[in-house]
Design a protein around this ligand. Structure first.
Ligand SMILES: C[S@@+](CC[C@H](N)C(=O)[O-])C[C@H]1O[C@@H](n2cnc3c(N)ncnc32)[C@H](O)[C@@H]1O
Length: 307
């Protein structure tokens, strides 16, 4: 395990080896997480970290080991499975704060672990006084649906210092939530700057931190419009792929129903032709023609007897 000084060196050099506990993020995401941590350290000196969605604690680790991080709060209701904007359900077996704490404790000294508070709840259910200190850096990485991420953003806001950074992981999946969050900040009259870092980290600097996010992170950022457009295209293409076996099965079933209906129509058409031929034969038969006067008499009697 690195010493605090070594950890600071690794964080400052963007050395992703500092991530010692398993995290569900790409190597570029980890580098981006470190960039965000460095901006926070450089602007605010010390900071309080709030994380929504922690699983095994991989993304918490660099903050717990960082002496500049005074406290870290993990908010995670620990569901066994969760929906996702990719139209799939993701399972998290044995998902618990106790398991995360045990895993982190294998790598971190008691002093670092003492900074950690875990809350098994949805962040929207927390009261603003649920945390002792207002947070200055947040990561939203819980349920990856637009609805949940926007709700997390709204739930996180009252727990934050007005001058803060709120970041989102898997921004490519929940881009609509981010754009809605920006619109909400406009509505509240809050100054902000957003950047999209590789691969999938969106960073929103609020209040006096907005300009630092723009100045320090924009040079490493992806082009916003290209990122949003590509994310949506990739998401739709993924959803199509996920549903394609079901769609193909449905097309197969409709084709087979269609062939059966065509066969039934053909049978009915043949039966109708047979009946027409049979009727024509009856009408043209000698018996039919010779019995015509009798049918006429019968018809007249029927008409007279009719009420
Ligand atoms: C992708 S994992 C988080 C990974 C972690 N940040 C990392 O990089 O190591 C998603 C986590 O979100 C949590 N989660 C699901 N629904 C949530 C919610 N409504 N609020 C907060 N966390 C939630 C799950 O329990 C799971 O631990």
């Amino acid at each position: 395990m690195p010493t605090p000084d070594q950890a600071i060196g690794m964080i400052e050099k963007l050395d992703i080896a500092v991530f010692q506990v398993k995290t569900e993020s790409t190597l570029s995401d980890r580098k981006s997480f470190l960039r965000v941590q460095n901006v926070t350290r450089s602007v605010l000196g010390h900071y309080v970290y709030l994380e929504v969605g922690s699983h095994l604690g991989g993304s918490l680790f660099p903050h717990l080991i960082d002496p500049a991080c005074e406290a870290a709060i993990s908010v995670d209701p620990r569901p066994p499975a969760q929906p996702d904007e990719r139209s799939q359900v993701f399972h998290y077996p044995e998902n618990s704060a106790a398991r995360m704490i045990a895993g982190l404790s294998d790598w971190l000294p008691p002093a670092a672990m003492a900074k950690l508070t875990t809350i098994d709840s949805d962040v929207s259910d927390l009261r603003p006084d649920a945390v002792d200190f207002k947070a200055t850096l947040a990561l939203i990485d819980g349920e990856h649906t637009n609805r949940a991420c926007f709700s997390d953003f709204v739930g996180v806001l009252p727990l934050m210092n007005p001058d803060c950074i709120i970041s989102f992981h898997d921004a490519n999946l929940i881009a609509d939530a981010i754009v809605n969050a920006e619109r909400f900040l406009d509505h509240l009259g809050i100054t902000y700057e957003t950047v999209f870092l590789p691969d999938t980290v969106a960073v929103v600097g609020l209040g006096s931190v907005a300009s630092a996010v723009r100045d320090q992170l924009q040079p490493h950022a992806l082009d916003r419009e290209t990122y949003l457009e590509r994310s949506q295209r990739q998401l739709w293409s993924h959803i199509t792929e996920v549903h394609s076996p079901k769609i193909h099965a449905e097309i197969g079933r409709l084709r087979s129903d269609n062939s059966k209906l065509i066969e039934e129509i053909e049978c009915i058409r043949k039966a109708s032709l047979d009946a027409q031929t049979h009727l024509a034969a009856i009408i043209s038969s000698t018996t039919w023609r010779t019995s015509a006067p009798i049918r006429t008499v019968v018809d007249r009697i029927k008409r007279r007897l009719a009420p």
